[in-house]
Design a protein around this ligand. Structure first.
Ligand code: NAD
Length: 489
């Protein structure tokens, strides 16, 4: 069956384009999929436009839209094993991690389903004039282009699709060209749940061929993008001439601050998962470890021992604890950052190479790497390497910790480890980041907003603000007893 989904019909690319999808864990062919071009993107926009302007979905009662999202949640749970398998084959991530993702995705649909069904945020405005009925109503933005990355393919998609549909929008989804399969799967589930034709459209393809046209086309009202900073800047520029609403979830270079009074064993353990989970291909990864001077030597010693012991392997290797990088090109980028860090004076404490295990040769593996004695000016500290690379910096006191933590163009997340509650909260409030964890790292829930400050982007996903992102607030004013003003008499 062809993999593009336009106006309720499965279709091949107009120019016959195809792409091989290979598993990053061992290079085996997962499948060959249709690869769209600008003409397919245009057809998908036309279908979404038609469904928004003339179709039933935007005017469907909120309770019914919410009910549909709840049905999607149930379908995801029904098919979670097949979905998790497809996600792991595309990304190379451990099956168990994909299984966690599917549970989170079902929860995301359920959260937005309940939020939408429970009634909106429309409100009566008290104008102080009894002769006026004034109210704020929330309406869908229109046709949304949803552009997503490869690291959490269906999760990032769900964070957009669920609120976009809940608010009554229509959309064109463009997943990463490297990881298309769960997006294809989702389209089938949306159809099975009863979504009208044309509301959800899917084009598979590259950023330049398919993503760029979506961000430029005047028929598109909004672009919601998750991906890298450089692409985000391009999208902002591309969306400017038609003044689209945009939401950008970009990268992070997130600090994990450990004070000397931290609960030691947990802080070491979380320092490892913060950065080495999914081989560091996590936007909120705690890639910059900031350790208080007096704790530094012992702490780094234990983190290095932990990093050395992490077993690498493919998605279905139950002894593996992390997997490969997404592609050969991405691994080369990570290698270049590590080499630059060492050249700039960082001390390589472990990793810094591909694994010696020949069984892993056909995948894009890279050893968990710790670079000690790093300084803020190093490119490996400044830029998002998006790999299994932990940089370590020292600090003396609270002020220096905050200054180092905030010394980045990014502002997505951060962690603080201290048993001094006052200090932990003081530091949390001074961090310029959209999410701060105290004595923890990485948890998120659909009820809580997610997003970045500074160049990590703007707009929020999840939580009530994640729904509001896909709504326009409209003020409707009714004069209950109109009389001529006679202003000009
Ligand atoms: P990317 O920016 O290379 O690609 C993201 C998506 O944009 C892909 O679908 C790609 O095809 C598309 N694209 C590329 N060029 C485009 C263009 N000119 N116009 C429109 N679309 C275009 O990012 P990636 O490598 O797929 O993902 C990794 C990045 O995503 C990292 O920087 C990571 O931090 C970020 N990320 C952020 C979050 C978050 O919540 N803030 C979550 C996950 C990933």
């Amino acid at each position: 069956m062809p993999e593009l989904f336009i106006g309720g019909t499965w279709t091949a690319a107009a120019d016959g384009g195809l792409r091989e999808i290979r598993c990053p864990a061992d290079g085996t062919l997962v499948a060959t999929v249709d690869e769209a071009g600008p003409g397919d993107a245009s057809a998908a926009i036309a279908a979404a436009r038609e469904a928004f302007d003339s179709g039933p979905w935007p005017a469907t009662p909120a309770a019914e839209r919410g009910a549909l999202l709840l049905r999607v949640a149930a379908l995801i749970e029904r098919d979670q094993d097949a979905l998790a398998r497809a996600e792991s084959l595309d990304t190379g991530k451990r099956l168990v991690e994909s299984e966690y993702d599917m549970a989170d995705i079902a929860n995301c649909f359920r959260y937005f389903g309940n939020l939408v069904a429970s009634g909106g945020t429309d409100r009566i405005v008290d104008t102080g004039d009894p002769g006026v009925d004034s109210r704020i109503v929330h309406e869908p933005v229109g046709v949304c282009a949803l552009i997503t990355p490869w690291n959490y393919p269906l999760l990032q998609t769900a964070w957009k699709v669920a609120p976009a549909l809940g608010a009554g929008n229509t959309f064109v989804l463009k997943p990463s060209e490297l990881t298309p399969h769960t997006a294809v799967f989702l389209m089938r589930l949306l159809t099975e749940a009863g979504l009208p034709d044309g509301v959800a459209n899917l084009v598979l393809g590259t950023g330049p061929a398919v993503g760029a046209p979506l961000t430029e086309d005047p028929r598109v009202d909004m672009v919601s993008f998750t991906g890298g900073l450089v692409t985000g800047r391009r999208i902002m520029a591309a969306a400017a001439p038609t003044v689209k609403k945009i939401a950008l979830e970009l990268g992070g270079k997130n600090p994990n601050i450990v004070f000397a009074d931290a609960e030691y064993e947990s802080a070491v353990d979380y320092a490892l998962t913060a950065v080495f989970l999914h081989s560091g291909q996590v936007c909120s990864a705690g890639a910059r470890l900031l350790v208080q001077d007096e704790l530094h030597d012992r702490f780094v010693e234990d983190v290095v021992a932990g990093a050395r012991a992490i077993p690498l392997g493919g998605p279905f290797d139950e002894s593996a604890r992390t997997g490969p990088l997404i592609s050969a090109a991405h691994r080369e980028k990570v290698e270049a950052y590590v080499a630059a860090g060492i050249a700039e004076g960082a001390v390589l404490r472990c990793g810094g190479a591909r694994p010696e295990d020949r069984a892993l040769d056909s995948g894009f593996y890279y050893l968990p790497t710790v670079l000690d004695e790093c300084t803020p000016g190093m490119s490996v500290v400044r830029d998002e390497s998006f790999g299994p690379v932990l940089t370590v910096e020292r600090f003396r006191d609270e002020d220096e910790a905050v200054a180092l933590a905030n010394d980045t163009v990014y502002g997505l997340s951060g962690g603080v480890w201290s048993q001094d509650v006052g200090r932990a909260h003081r530091v949390a409030s001074r961090l310029r980041a959209g999410t701060v964890w105290i004595n923890d790292f990485q948890p998120y829930v659909p009820q809580a907003e997610w997003g970045g400050m500074k160049q990590s982007g703007f707009g929020r996903e999840l939580g009530p603000a994640g729904l509001a992102e896909y709504q326009e607030a409209k003020h409707v004013w009714r004069n209950l007893s109109p009389r001529p003003l006679r202003w000009f008499e």
